[in-house]
Design a protein around this ligand. Structure first.
Ligand code: HEC
Length: 128
């Protein structure tokens, strides 16, 4: 009996660990106050001047609307496109941008928050 109880406790422990490890991609309050990681994503967006082609509000300009496209693209497709670019189509490669490459998860989180409609203003501030 004791062994069974140990197994049960072990399984429950595993379950709780998995449940709590599942952190949200981003946290936002009041539409534009975000967690520190998501803020880094916004800073990378600014530094790389993605807005030059995708628009100040990600609405699309010469490049497509990332609000719309991030509803469809997988994270892997996003990372691959930003890393390698689509040179023949006008999307540059950011492989050599340390700012973008070291904040790619954060950049994805920020853009996903915009695309989900949870981050309601493109300009975000730190959450207090
Ligand atoms: C010089 C203009 C330009 C800049 C700067 C630029 N992009 Fe793009 N981007 C494009 C164009 C044009 C496309 C469309 C490529 C195509 O037709 O497949 C694109 C496509 C994309 C896609 C794929 C969309 C899809 O529908 O598959 C993503 C994601 C993306 N850009 C993100 C970014 C991010 C993030 C940055 C900044 C780090 C950035 N882009 C900077 C022009 C640009």
């Amino acid at each position: 009996m004791n062994v069974l109880r140990h197994i049960l406790v072990f399984l429950m422990f595993g379950f709780f660990c998995t449940a709590f490890a599942d952190e949200p991609l981003y946290t936002v309050v009041d539409g534009n106050k975000v967690d520190a990681e998501t803020l880094k994503g916004f800073k990378a967006w600014r530094a790389a001047a993605c807005d030059r082609c995708h628009g100040a509000n990600q609405q699309g300009l010469v490049g497509p609307s990332l609000i719309e496209r991030l509803k469809i693209l997988t994270k892997d497709e996003f990372v691959k496109t930003v890393t390698e670019g689509r040179l023949e189509k006008g999307m540059p490669s950011f492989k050599t941008s340390k700012m973008v490459m070291s904040n790619i998860d954060q950049l994805y989180a920020y853009l996903k928050g915009r695309s989900d409609g949870a981050i309601t203003k493109s300009k975000v501030e730190p959450m207090q």
